[in-house]
Design a protein around this ligand. Structure first.
Ligand code: ZN
Length: 343
């Protein structure tokens, strides 16, 4: 089997249909309950799989249709966390406030987390499939702790649970397991001292492809305001890419479309497959295939062509559904154009 050049993929989340949950929200409330909710999640997942395949993407995900939020969707399956008495904390170094659950006891998985989605994906597509999970540093930055009393201990406890689920996902036939670590761009020193170690615990014993997604967040106001404070060049990646290049993770993502990340920072990821963000998730303006191909072309100055995955900058959960669909089409068409231009 020849490997396709520039296999396009979404980062992770896609907007939820209006019959499944509230729309245009980062923490949308479900509109169904019980068995109806289970069925609606399944329908929405199948629908987005079809949209991704029809657009021409090469790596298919579940669009995170079964989780309310990319972090809390995992936490719901963890024992030792109190969701009844949420507290308000500033997350991502106080960039914005969130109501978060509290760790109150030893952490343990209640059971499988993403088995339904993994099995659905495997049964309904022959393409490569990807499941995303929040990374340990991002998890511990999105909850409060009244039990472990030490952030690294807490992160390692989560890494063990993530590893348990990741091994099961691999057994389900998942090709790529991705950990989302937007917090890596905020706590750069922690990445070097324990963040990469925690990721290594997450991927222990895996033989499937592993990935880490690091970004400047969803297109919500708090993130847009934060980006305004980062200056003319965003160099957070510069501090963490050397540690990731030396890590055992196979694929690493970065934001390139409409971002102020200097493209040459990709050069710090020598040897890694790079998920190049060619679709801006913070804008409703749909990229043209020519723009997508041009971003791929620029990235090719710093990464080998067999190591480039065109991707969205981040998840698209809070976006309008039609806009997200149009962006999927632009992503796939741009990747196809790039194959013609740069093969
Ligand atoms: Zn992201």
């Amino acid at each position: 089997m020849t490997t396709q050049l520039f296999p396009a993929a979404v980062c992770g989340s896609l907007p939820k249909p209006a019959w499944l949950s509230e729309t245009n929200k980062l923490w949308p409330a479900w509109l169904q309950q019980g068995d109806d909710l289970v069925a609606a999640k399944r329908d929405a997942t199948l629908l987005w799989m079809k949209e991704q395949e029809d657009a021409g993407l090469s790596i298919i995900g579940d669009g995170e249709q079964s989780r309310q939020h990319f972090v809390h969707g995992f936490l719901e399956f963890v024992e030792g966390i109190d969701f009844e008495h949420k507290v308000k904390i500033g997350i991502r170094n106080n960039r914005y406030d969130a109501m978060v659950p509290v760790v109150t006891g030893p952490l343990r998985l209640k059971g499988r987390v993403h088995q339904n989605e993994a099995k659905l994906l495997r049964a309904h597509t022959s393409q490569k499939i990807k499941i995303t999970m929040p990374g340990p540093m991002t998890i511990i930055d999105t909850l409060a702790d009244n039990y472990y009393g030490d952030k690294v201990k807490l992160a390692m406890a989560f890494a063990e649970l993530l590893n348990q689920e990741a091994r099961a996902l691999q057994a389900d036939g998942v090709d790529i397991i991705q950990f989302d670590e937007p917090a890596f761009n905020v706590y750069m020193d922690d990445v070097k001292t324990w963040g990469v170690d925690a990721l290594h615990k997450c991927i222990e014993g895996l033989s499937c492809t592993t990935a880490v997604h690091i970004c400047y967040g969803y297109g919500i106001k708090a993130n847009l305001d934060w980006k305004e404070t980062l200056g003319g060049e965003w160099r957070q990646y510069e501090a963490i890419f050397p540690a990731l290049a030396a890590s055992k993770i196979d694929q690493i993502s970065l934001e390139c479309m409409n971002s102020k990340v200097p493209m040459h920072l990709i050069g710090l990821l020598k040897g890694k497959t790079v998920m190049v963000g060619v679709i801006d998730v913070a804008s409703d303006i749909v990229e043209t295939p020519e723009q997508v191909a041009a971003t791929i072309g620029k990235a090719l100055e710093f990464v080998d062509k067999d190591k480039l995955i065109p991707c969205t900058n981040c998840g698209m959960a809070p976006m309008d559904r039609g806009t997200a669909r149009a962006k999927l089409n632009a992503l796939a068409a741009g990747a196809e154009l790039a194959r013609r231009l740069y093969a």
